[in-house]
Design a protein. Structure first.
Lengths: 220, 215
């Protein structure tokens, strides 16, 4: 019997090694898997590469992971916020590497990894600093920049409901990066508000099919 | 000189958004445009984080932390609205499905180059968000900014001194002084909004403005 439900977040994250690439869902607090991040901090893995839209707010969640010195590199689109002091401090002291990626390119590079696409050309950032050193090509009369997938070892995401096969539904804008991250990572760990029996999720409304999900933890 | 305040600027931009348009409003000043969209026009607002059909701000106490806009402010959803993931959201942007985006700016060049993401100073932490995707993706890129910097320099320039967000992407600029179109042959004055003559505007602007009095 397939059962992707895990009893605790500790069990679901026990095997995250040092130097792993970890995608973390969420846009601001919407969809951020706060309890999984807390558990990752306690678990102790370090020298991580983290993929998220931002670089943490205030002292909780991703900001706490960065503040604890566990992150070597962050790949994101918008690190600078009024309360991103942990990122600001480590970035300015040279202890944290930043790869800045336009938001749509970030989403598409993650999508490409999950979809098995080797690279893609995008008009975004053509002619700007963020395209420096990248291969370019004119397509349909417009300049495009070659971008590569972002692969990950783990994705930590938050969803609303899940069944034991790992089928997921989300709530409102908390969906954001989670479906593309779920497909891009080798091991996707999901925290959900509610678990349900097989068949209870309307198949027409499943957003992330269970094939993209390895581990599910109910955290109300 | 009497010029438009931020609310008046937002109201002026809102006038030009037509019935049926799909629109993305940037963070900050452009977000104000939502409050002035003419009643009776059905206009669908998009936000990068994955929502179409944004409604008004929720009343105090009814905010939902799972329902926010790209500025991470609480919003509501209109009947007919929808949610989608980030890659789909940027497919809407990059795939040229949005009719308009309204963005703030540090500078716009007479060729329509846009600079709005980074001052380029060595100690500045760069952050880009969705600005570069919107600049290349929206069918019409509208910029909304004060005409002059705090020390009186024109933000409409021959060549941007700040790092570019997008090259030749801006279609129209709304300032507290004027509405200006960017065309292949340079900047065209559409309308003066402040208590100011064309000659005075031209002097402040620094870049030549073309003006055809009547069509």
């Amino acid at each position: 019997m397939i059962n992707k439900f895990f009893p605790t977040p500790e069990a679901a994250l026990a095997d995250v090694p040092d130097s792993a690439t970890v995608m973390i869902g969420g846009f601001g607090n919407a969809g951020m898997p706060a309890e999984l991040i807390d558990c990752l901090i306690a678990q102790g893995a370090t020298n991580l590469t983290v993929v998220n839209n931002n670089a943490g707010n205030a002292d909780a969640g991703l900001a706490a992971l960065i503040g604890a010195g566990r992150v070597r590199k962050i790949i994101c689109s918008f690190p600078r916020q009024t309360d991103s002091w942990h990122f600001d401090r480590l970035y300015r002291s040279g202890k944290l590497e930043l790869e800045l990626v336009p938001q749509g390119t970030l989403a598409e590079r993650i999508r490409a990894a999950g979809a098995g696409v080797g690279a893609f050309f995008t008009p975004t950032a053509f002619g700007t600093q963020l395209a420096e050193g990248k291969e370019t090509r004119e397509i349909a009369g417009r300049g495009h920049v070659l971008e590569y997938p972002i692969y990950a070892d783990y994705a930590l995401i938050k969803a609303d409901r899940a069944d034991r096969w790992g089928n997921l539904t989300y709530r409102k804008t908390a969906r954001n990066f989670a479906p593309v991250m779920a497909a891009a990572a080798k091991c996707t760990v999901v925290q959900v508000r509610e678990t349900v029996e097989l068949g209870e999720l309307d198949p027409e409304t499943v957003v992330t099919p269970g094939i993209f999900v390895k581990r599910v933890i109910k955290l109300p | 000189m009497k010029k438009l305040d931020r609310k008046q600027m937002a109201a002026r931009v809102a006038q030009d958004i037509p019935e049926g348009a799909y629109v993305n409003l940037g963070i900050g000043l452009p977000t104000l445009v939502a409050d002035y969209l003419p009643k009776g026009r059905e206009i669908i607002l998009h936000s990068e984080n994955g929502v179409l059909g944004i409604g008004p701000r929720p009343p105090m106490g009814e905010e939902d932390e799972d329902l926010i806009n790209a500025g991470k402010e609480p919003v509501t959803l209109l009947a007919g609205g929808s949610y989608f993931h980030h890659a789909d959201s940027f497919a809407m942007i990059r795939g040229r499905h949005l009719d308009f985006c309204v963005l703030g700016a540090f500078q716009v060049s007479s060729a329509g180059d846009l600079a709005n993401w980074h001052t380029g100073t060595p100690d500045a932490i760069p952050a880009v968000g969705g600005a570069m995707d919107l600049a290349v993706g929206a069918r019409q890129v509208l910029v909304m900014m004060e005409h002059l910097t705090k020390d009186g320099k024109s933000k409409l320039v021959e060549r941007c001194s700040y790092p570019l967000t997008g090259a030749r992407c801006v279609n129209r600029v709304y300032t507290d002084l004027a509405v200006i179109d960017v065309k292949a042959d340079g900047l065209h004055l559409v309308e003066i909004l402040a208590d100011i003559s064309f000659d005075e505007l031209q002097r402040l602007n620094g870049v030549p403005l073309k003006y055809r009095a009547a069509v």
